[in-house]
Design a protein around this ligand. Structure first.
Ligand SMILES: Cc1cc2nc3c(=O)[nH]c(=O)nc-3n(C[C@H](O)[C@H](O)[C@H](O)COP(=O)(O)OP(=O)(O)OC[C@H]3O[C@@H](n4cnc5c(N)ncnc54)[C@H](O)[C@@H]3O)c2cc1C
Length: 473
């Protein structure tokens, strides 16, 4: 069979861009298909707009404490149109990194259109048939819409339309107290909205409860209201929305409703089921190499069953690219997986939380805790909220949880402690939380290796593997 390409990548978010760019830099013929916007969720409706909103909110919060350290600031004057402009400028400034032009320069063919998988080695886009021995599915996820009675009759927000709001919500009711719900709750509260978070379980349930309790109390002090329960029913009430929590008689009246209750994988409706790709609980079922149940088809990032974050998508993209290029198995390794919730103070985690470590290793686990009120930089900054908890088995670090100012920037050294790898190559291929300034350290280490990794010898080897695959497939 003559193939049109070596690799077809579906979806141009963090996962697909990394996979397509990775194989193309080794000289493979790659095509990247995107139905909507280059950059996917992170750039357009996720990390970038949310962090831009958070930075505007931080300015407002800082100015609200009028006099601090002998310096008096003017009270904040918040104009939503300015915040909106800042959010969309941040997106526009980053757009070129993810643009079709940039990836075409790397040698990727970029196609606009919705891809439909028509066979184990074939994909159709707007009537054009593409064929390749390897297909990488990177179609991402969408906001999960919970079964709330009356939802079809009220306007609601998700991350897909939140950043297009033309006015600041008077009272934002957020269903869901996960990372997204918490970040947006503090952000909108600081910008002047009344905010209520409704969550039936623990807030930020993946994180260390002791760390979460610090941020919860800060947010409560700032005026965020937390309600334990589930939004069961919603009604329209003039221009407002009435949210009924569980069986409670008194409803909460809000001007806007934001749904932040989780994600649903984009795994169906584009042909995978028809060719027998197996599904998991929430997404495409994959093994540790991100192979699906159908030979030659991989699934990476948010669309497969498993954890969802930009740096995870990027990591899986480069892992799968490496496997395709070298022909050697590359399993994902999440023992040193970091993640950060960008509230203030930030909550940052790498590896196992104390609870998870105790479940896995029982009494062998010990915890060391240091508080920022003993840290002299924190004292000089006048911000000593928070702590660092190191979870150990003997002297081996299993995980670290930090809550405090810029906590996300403090994780990187623990990648080395957990993996035991400290070379420049290890740093260049470490999983680093997105978006953090720490990524610059990884970038520098990677740059040091770039000429070697993408040198002529590896490219010749990759060409040989690709030729063999085309002949044998
Ligand atoms: C509000 C918010 C804040 C977030 N903040 C952070 C953060 O700070 N840090 C972090 O690490 N993560 C964050 N995330 C999560 C992060 O956005 C996702 O994990 C990440 O974007 C997933 O990347 P992906 O490439 O797997 O999928 P996506 O970025 O969703 O890309 C998938 C692409 O596939 C395209 N597509 C789908 N189906 C087809 C098809 N059939 N044909 C062609 N194209 C198709 C889609 O249009 C999309 O562009 C946040 C998410 C939200 C919602």
């Amino acid at each position: 069979m003559k193939f049109s390409h070596d690799v077809i990548v579906i979806g141009a978010g963090a996962a697909g861009l990394t996979a397509a760019g990775g194989v193309a830099l080794f000289g493979l013929k790659a095509v990247l298909v995107e139905a909507h916007k280059m950059g996917g969720e992170c750039l357009n409706t996720g990390c970038v707009p949310s962090k831009a909103l958070i930075s505007a909110a931080r300015r407002a919060a800082e100015a609200r404490t009028r006099t601090r350290h002998g310096v008096t600031l003017a009270a904040p004057q918040i104009e939503w149109s300015g915040v909106h402009e800042h959010i969309h400028r941040a997106i526009a400034d980053i757009e070129p990194h993810d643009s079709a032009e940039r990836f075409e320069e790397m040698g990727v063919e970029v196609l606009k259109g919705r891809a439909r998988v028509t066979g184990r080695q074939s994909v159709e886009v707007a009537g054009r048939v593409l064929t390749a021995p390897r297909i990488v599915v990177a179609t991402g996820s969408r906001p999960a819409i919970p079964p709330i009675e009356g939802l079809e009759d009220v306007p609601y927000l998700t991350n897909e339309n939140l950043f297009d709001l033309t006015e600041l919500p008077e009272h934002l009711l957020i269903a869901g107290g996960g990372a997204i719900g918490m970040e947006m709750a503090q952000g909108f509260r600081r910008l002047g909205s009344a905010v209520t978070v409704v969550e039936p379980g623990p807030l930020m349930s993946r994180d260390d409860p002791e760390s979460v309790s610090v941020v919860r109390s800060v947010m409560q002090d700032e005026g965020v209201v937390f309600v334990q329960g589930k939004v069961a029913r919603v009604d329209r009430h003039g221009r407002s929305i009435l949210a009924h929590i569980d069986e409670r008689t008194e409803a909460i009246e809000a001007s806007h409703l934001l749904l932040a209750v989780g994600r649903k994988a984009n795994a169906d409706g584009f042909g995978l089921e028809k060719i027998g790709v197996r599904m998991g609980d929430n997404g495409i079922a994959v093994d540790a190499r991100r192979r699906t149940s159908v030979k030659g088809i991989y699934a990476i990032g948010d669309c497969r069953d498993g954890p969802r974050l930009t740096h995870i998508s990027g990591y899986e993209g480069s892992n799968v690219a490496l496997e395709i290029v070298t022909g050697l198995p590359t399993k994902v390794d999440y023992t040193a997986l970091p993640w950060v919730t960008y509230t203030e103070p930030e909550v940052a985690q790498i590896g196992l939380t104390e609870n998870d470590a105790r479940e896995e290793h029982g009494d062998a686990v010990s915890v060391v805790k240091e508080r920022f009120d003993d840290n002299e930089r924190a004292i000089a900054d006048g911000d000593t909220r928070g702590h660092l908890k190191m979870v150990l088995k003997g002297k081996k670090v299993l995980g670290v949880s930090i809550v405090g100012k810029n906590a996300g920037e403090l994780l990187l050294p623990f990648t080395q402690s957990i993996t035991g790898k400290s070379s420049t190559f290890a740093l260049g291929s470490a999983i680093v939380s997105y978006p953090t300034r720490s990524e610059i350290s990884k970038a520098a280490a990677f740059s040091a290796w770039e000429p070697t990794v993408f040198g002529s010898l590896p490219k010749k080897y990759a060409a040989l593997v690709a030729k063999l695959r085309r002949t044998l497939a």
